[in-house]
Write a protein that binds this ligand. Structure first.
Ligand code: UD1
Ligand code: CA
Length: 450
């Protein structure tokens, strides 16, 4: 197979998004639309990637480089049409011997499988291929003029005759063609059309003139749906989530109420994971086998080892690493902390910037006081430590293995292994005090009423 280059169009600011952020940086399932497209392209093993962006879009370059380290960029400073946008990639593709695939930064759900199907249509006779779909409502799309399963031309909505407008077969915009052919016919594009733009779609007619056929590959409408506003963004988010839930279940996770579980594009679940309702997976979550995630938990940037139980109502923040068979219970927040094998923090705690040794038990209401207003400090808890309820561990501080922290203690110094640490005023008991107190108070209340 010949080498592949991608041209990703990402020039539009997307005025209808009403946003300071370039359109392609808006996210679906925690990943920018641009990154979705680049990941699909990366899966095809593209040798070169060129992102065409608008003026002052440094953020777009940064985002693209996160996915494709050696990504090339071209700027389209004037919006003169899709053909003009692709032509900006000329320098970056000079002399490239292979196939160029045009993708759109605002068409994020395209899959590598579909793109492979499109590329597979290229052969000696077909040096170009177009990805089409049957539109439920074809209004606004370019219509594919075909003959014997090949594409002869694409007619844009505004330029189409009433008869052509009846065609249901539409252009997704995505196309693949021999790179040499692309730059041979590109200079012949004209802007004599209803929009006064250089239409990329006119390359089909020009390719036919240059004596090559243009093949047609088909895909579903959702995969090539574009985003122009935030309503459309939400429609694609929903479509993505539907797919992600099905995929999670196909790969061996039980979702008790799939419609209430939200995944990120990079969420990884092991086998026999059970996810209860209302669980949100933010970016970068890796879950091993046999983990239970109970209802109403929010997870991001964390790794959960096998057999662990999380929630209900747990919050795992970036850097949380939960060991095998550990339990993180209700209203427990873990940030940048390693919780050892079999350790438990079952109720109402904040464990941040910490290491909790295996088998340790963190009592209800324990707080690692990690922040002094200026810097974050580490709390190190050894193995099999027992931290009594409502304790404050003022970092930096170390609790030795097997130590016991009495309930309600404020630990400001290191505690040696196997020691008891306790900060607690003497307990006072005053016999009969409560009864006398009630009598006095009640008498005062009664005298006021009279
Ligand atoms: C385009 C296709 C149409 C297809 C439809 C699919 C052309 C001429 N028409 O129409 O056949 O059915 O997409 O959605 O290609 N862009 C630039 N620079 C420009 C113009 C556009 O980068 O100068 C980018 C846009 O940001 C967008 C994409 O190209 O990502 C498509 O442009 P748009 O103006 O939306 O084209 P359509 O009229 O929808
Ligand atoms: Ca469009």
């Amino acid at each position: 197979m010949s080498e592949l280059a991608l041209v990703v169009l990402a020039a539009g600011m997307g005025t209808r998004m009403k946003s300071a952020l370039p359109k392609v940086l808006h996210k679906i399932a925690g990943r920018s639309m641009l990154a979705h497209v680049l990941h699909a392209g990366k899966a095809l093993g593209a040798a070169r990637v060129v992102v065409v962006h608008g003026p002052d879009m440094i953020a777009v370059e940064k985002e693209a480089a996160n996915v494709i380290t050696d990504c090339a960029f071209a700027e389209q400073s004037e919006r003169l049409g899709t053909g003009h946008a692709v032509s900006m990639a000329k320098d970056a593709l000079l002399g490239f011997k292979g196939v160029t695939l045009v993708l759109y930064g605002d068409v994020p759900l395209i899959t590598a499988e579909t793109l492979k199907g499109l590329l597979a249509k290229l052969d000696a006779k077909h040096k170009m291929a177009v990805l089409g779909f049957e539109a439920e409502n074809s209004h606004g799309y370019g219509r594919l003029i075909t003959k014997n399963k090949d594409v002869l031309d694409i007619r844009e909505q505004l330029d189409a005759s009433p008869r052509e407008r009846k065609i249901k077969l539409c252009n997704s915009g995505i196309m693949a063609l021999d790179n040499a052919l692309l730059w041979q016919i590109m200079p012949k594009l004209l802007n004599k059309n209803a929009k006064g733009e250089y239409y990329l779609t006119d390359l089909v007619k020009l390719a036919n003139k240059a004596k090559t056929k243009v093949a047609l590959a088909m895909c579903g409408e959702t995969e090539v749906a574009g985003v122009n506003d935030r309503n459309q963004l939400s429609v694609l988010e929903r479509a993505f989530q539907r797919e992600a839930r099905c995929a999670a279940m196909e790969q061996g996770a039980t979702l008790i109420d799939p419609d209430t579980v939200y995944f990120s594009a990079d969420t990884k679940l092991g086998q026999d994971v059970v996810v209860e309702p209302n669980v949100y997976f933010g970016p970068k979550v890796i879950v091993a086998d046999d983990v239970e995630i109970l209802a109403n938990s929010h997870l991001e940037g964390c790794v959960i080892s096998s057999g662990a139980r999380i929630g209900p109502f747990a919050r795992l923040r970036p850097g949380a690493e939960i060991g095998e068979n550990a339990h993180i219970g209700n209203f427990v927040e873990i940030k940048k902390a390693k919780v050892g094998k079999g350790a438990k923090a079952n109720h109402l705690s904040y464990i941040g910037d910490a290491v909790v040794g295996p088998g340790s038990n963190i009592g209800a209401g324990t707080i690692t006081c990690n922040y002094d207003g200026y810097e974050k400090h580490l709390t190190e808890i050894g193995a099999h430590v027992f931290v009594g309820s409502n304790s404050s561990l003022v970092a930096p501080v170390k609790i030795g293995a097997g130590a016991n922290i009495a309930a309600s203690s404020v630990i400001t110094r290191d505690v040696p292994a196997d020691a008891l640490a306790m900060t607690r005023p003497e307990l006072q008991i005053k016999e009969g005090w409560a009864k006398r107190y009630r009598a006095v108070k009640q008498a005062a209340k009664d005298s006021k009423r009279k």
